[in-house]
Structure formats: structure tokens, C-alpha cells
Ligand binder design. Structure first.
Ligand SMILES: Cc1cc2nc3c(=O)[nH]c(=O)nc-3n(C[C@H](O)[C@H](O)[C@H](O)COP(=O)(O)O)c2cc1C
Length: 139
């Protein structure tokens, strides 16, 4: 088992419909490939974690890198894992608005500096896991 965490910048604003279409496709494809993970989108910034078999995760990462809907892709962490953090999630998704962030303590940095800056200091994983726990609850 292996995981990659990266950030990227949307080449333009995504509409809700465009995000939904991206996620629908990703979830179907991920299910077929045994990929799970989580994606956050906020103010044109993406943070995504992909987990699964190493060769499958790396091939997907390289394909995502070719996608013209985003650019400035930066890998912030990759390595082996002993267990999935997103078991059962073909691609969990959070697009937190300022209102929802404000009601949870601890996201001031994310609000003020933006998703990429706030996740770049660490592996991004801490942020993903706290958003998972605070915003997604159960499956
Ligand atoms: C930010 C972002 C995240 C994406 N995440 C995934 C993903 O988790 N799984 C996936 O199959 N495609 C994902 N895609 C779409 C791929 O870039 C690409 O469109 C898709 O893999 C091609 O589909 P295919 O399965 O027909 O090859 C993502 C695209 C973007 C812009």
C-alpha cells in the first residue's frame, strides 16, 4: 500500500456541476482500480490524497498530471502505508466555505493563507484527516 498527497491549482474556477462530474468519473474509475482517498477544493486550490497499490497510484498520479483542468501540481508527500486512511471512500470530497470553517476551531491558517500554503508546511495529511473527521463524519 502506498499514498501520494499533492496540491494543484485549477486553471479556472470550477462550477459545482464541473466538480460533480469530475468526482463522478473519478469515483467510478477509482473503484475499478482499488484507489481510495480524499480531495479538498477551495478557491481554485486542490489538495488530494490517493492511496492504493503503488504502481496503480503512481500511474493515476501521472495521468492526473496531464489533466488540463489544473496545473502547478506539487507532490508534497508520498510513501508506503500500512493501512488506508480512507477505506471505503472512492474519493471523499470537501469544499469548505468560510462559514463552515469558521464554525470549526483550528482552521484559521487555512482560511487566511489558503489551502496550498496551509498544507505545504506539513505533509498535508494532518489537514486532510482533520477535515475528514470534522466535515465528513461517517461514510
Ligand atoms: C484535481 C483532479 C483530481 C482528479 N482525481 C482523479 C481520481 O482520483 N481518479 C481518476 O480516475 N481521475 C481523477 N482525475 C481525472 C483524471 O485527470 C483524468 O481525467 C482521468 O483519469 C481520465 O479518465 P480515464 O479513467 O478515462 O483514463 C482528476 C482530475 C483532477 C483535475
Amino acid at each position: 500500500m502506498y499514498e501520494i498527497v499533492y496540491t494543484s491549482l485549477a486553471t479556472r474556477d470550477f462550477t459545482q456541476d464541473e466538480l460533480t462530474a469530475l468526482l463522478d468519473h473519478a469515483r467510478r474509475a477509482n473503484q475499478a482500480r482499488g484507489i481510495t482517498g480524499m480531495m479538498i477544493y477551495r478557491k481554485r486550490e486542490f489538495l488530494q490524497l490517493l492511496e492504493g497499490e503503488q504502481a496503480v497510484v503512481q500511474a493515476l498520479y501521472e495521468r492526473i498530471a496531464l489533466d488540463e483542468r489544473h496545473h502547478q501540481m506539487a507532490k508534497i508527500w508520498d510513501g508506503p502505508i500500512t493501512a488506508r486512511s480512507f477505506e471505503g471512500w472512492e474519493m471523499a470530497f470537501v469544499a469548505p466555505g468560510d462559514d463552515s470553517l469558521q464554525s470549526h476551531p483550528g482552521y484559521r491558517d487555512l482560511m487566511e493563507r489558503g489551502l496550498i500554503a496551509a498544507s505545504g508546511d506539513s505533509t498535508g495529511k494532518k489537514l486532510l484527516l482533520s477535515l475528514r473527521d470534522d466535515f465528513l463524519g461517517g461514510r
